[in-house]
Design a protein around this ligand. Structure first.
Ligand code: FES
Length: 574
């Protein structure tokens, strides 16, 4: 896939740094020579930034330290000049209080790194949950030719010959340990076997979802997002990505030429078919708004969820397979080919070809892993958007990953005002709770959290776990991990901290969840709610929100239905 040059090398952005006969350019050239480089490295060559989110606190990106050399190899092969720039690594495993607090910081980091340096195009190296949307947000706003290189999933976990899936099996066996059905030794063995290679979580969590979304949007090479990190195909894909970005610079193929509204609708359809993480809603809405499509929103997810079935039999929506199996079964191109009737196949991509051309003829090699569309694992899409007097601006549930009996449920509320009080009470023997209770957590939203921590899969109270209960209805303005499961209603908007109706619920109020009719209703009269609103006092600002970056986030963040972006970053301007 090579391109004939369609741009004059003098028009390259990097030429502004290196070409002029003036004192400033003298400084740039002499300092490049200080690094052992010479004119043969930069004259007439696109300078390609590589935004590398490697760090020693980022197990999912361990291989980026060497993989970046494969990207550079590709760039050099195609006649470009690579320039690696470290960016925030946002480790989902280690960064507290939540990486979501820092997604927008990495987006700003990416945008400003590109703005400030002498670069013509960029390879974005990400994968662990928030790194994918963050890098893309920054690249869209800067709008230089950009291609995304996904970290790829890690290999399957293993314990006593049983397959272990990231996150999902941690929650599962933690409950078994609390119930006393596995030993401490078993638990330690699960700990040692659940993450046994570099790469991202290998369930269809947020990382796998967002890597698939980047590819469906047209921002990665076809098939790239499904390749396990430890597979040699990943190395070759990295070099091919490096080669392709050089051509993209000559073609001036920028993100906003690729990302049409249809690209986002395609991504939403694919999200449903893969059994996506609930976080996909927040990130795709934010990306669409940055790309100038502020009309992409929750209703688009709802429409897609009514017509696109879940066909990827991957945990947690599926019950057996993991991303490694998905790759062997044909990966994302095979899945997209299967749902082609739901896609706009003319959408452009980084290859210079359309999405339809990229996926044409992609085959499924295992029809139990990637199901034919006539034999899905869940007839409707992975997510459902609910509305009602408890969530006027919407909320989300993942019906494909919850106990079917809760899809229609009415029960009494048990309200926790914040995460610490929930933690302190949830395992008490005297907690007044049954399987029918609806657990409520508030002050965990974008501003109230701040940063919407992944607290939405509230733990099942210990006394119920010991009775064999493994699911119940839980409602919050928080998020949950894409590897989580259960009847968890998330992202309630507006959030309780800003006075959304969730702030007015009292323990004992009855609540109805009706997923088939997309309803979430609080059975309290409008008059009573108005009285409660009058008496409502805003909670104290969350810890850390008085200064610094957390203060900026707290002041400027938008609500969940608007993508949790910063108000001042707004949709991209030409
Ligand atoms: Fe990095 Fe799950 S912890 S992808």
């Amino acid at each position: 896939m090579t391109t004939s040059r369609t741009r004059d090398p003098k028009s390259l952005r990097s030429a502004r740094w290196f070409a002029p006969d003036d004192l400033r350019a003298f400084g740039h050239r002499s300092r490049a020579m200080q690094m052992g480089l010479g004119p043969e490295d930069w004259v007439g060559k696109p300078v390609i930034a590589i935004l590398n989110t490697w760090s020693e606190a980022q197990p999912c990106h361990m291989h980026f330290k060497s993989r970046v050399e494969d990207v550079k190899r590709g760039i050099l092969q195609a006649g470009g000049f690579p320039m690696e720039l470290p960016a925030l690594s946002l480790s989902e495993s280690f960064l507290k209080p939540t990486t979501m607090l820092y997604r927008n910081l990495l987006a700003m980091d990416a945008e400003e790194l590109l703005r400030g340096h002498p670069v013509d195009g960029v390879v974005l190296m990400g994968g662990c949950d928030k790194t994918t949307p963050a890098l893309l947000l920054g690249a869209i706003s800067m709008n230089l030719p950009a291609i995304y290189l996904p970290a790829g999933p890690m290999l399957r976990g293993n314990w006593k010959g049983k397959t272990l899936g990231s996150g999902s099996d941690a929650w599962k066996y933690w409950d078994e340990r609390r119930a006393g059905t596995i030993s401490d030794k078993d638990w330690l063995d699960v700990e040692a076997g659940i993450a046994r290679s570099y790469g991202t979580c290998m369930t269809m969590g947020t990382a796998a979802t967002m890597m698939a979304m980047a590819e469906t949007l047209g921002m990665s090479l076809p098939g790239a997002s499904s390749i396990p990190a430890a597979d040699a195909n990943h190395i070759r894909m990295a070099a091919a990505t490096g080669r392709r970005i050089v051509d993209m610079v000559w073609e001036d193929l920028t993100p906003r030429k690729i990302l049409r509204k249809e690209s986002f609708l395609n991504a939403i359809a694919a999200a449903m078919a893969v059994g996506c993480s609930t976080n996909a809603i927040i990130h795709l809405v934010a990306l669409a708004r940055r790309a100038g499509h502020a009309d992409v929103g929750l209703d688009d997810f709802e429409r897609a969820s009514r017509k696109v079935p879940v066909i990827a039999n991957i945990r947690p929506s599926g019950d057996t397979y993991l991303m490694e199996d998905f790759f062997y079964a044909g990966g994302l191109p095979a899945l997209l080919e299967q749902i082609r009737e739901h896609l706009d196949l003319a959408a452009p991509t980084v290859t210079g070809r359309s999405l339809g051309e990229n996926i044409a003829g992609a085959e499924i090699h295992d029809t139990d892993v990637i199901r034919p569309i006539a034999n899905p694992i869940y007839r409707e899409g992975a997510l459902a958007v609910l509305r009602g007097n408890l969530a006027p601006d919407g909320c989300v549930i993942k019906p494909s990953a919850c106990a079917p009996k809760f899809l229609k449920h009415t029960g009494p509320a048990l309200v926790f005002d914040d995460y610490p009080s929930m933690k302190a009470a949830i395992d008490r023997d005297d907690l007044d709770v049954t399987e029918d209770t609806v657990l409520i957590l508030r002050n965990a939203g974008p501003q109230g959290g701040p940063g919407m921590p992944e607290w939405g899969m509230l733990p099942i109270p210990q006394k119920l776990v010991q009775q064999g209960v493994r699911d119940m209805v839980r409602i919050s303005d928080a998020r949950m991990s894409g590897t989580s499961y259960g009847a968890c209603i998330l992202h309630v908007s507006p959030e309780s901290y800003v006075g959304g109706p969730l702030a007015l619920v009292r323990t004992g109020d009855r609540i109805t969840l009706d997923v088939p009719n997309r309803k979430l209703e609080l059975h309290v009269t409008a008059r009573e709610l108005a009285q409660r609103r009058k008496a409502w006092k805003p909670p104290a600002p969350p810890a850390g929100s008085g200064r610094g970056y957390t203060g900026l986030f707290h002041r400027e963040v938008l609500q969940a239905d608007e993508g949790v972006d910063f108000r001042f970053l707004g949709p991209a301007k030409p």
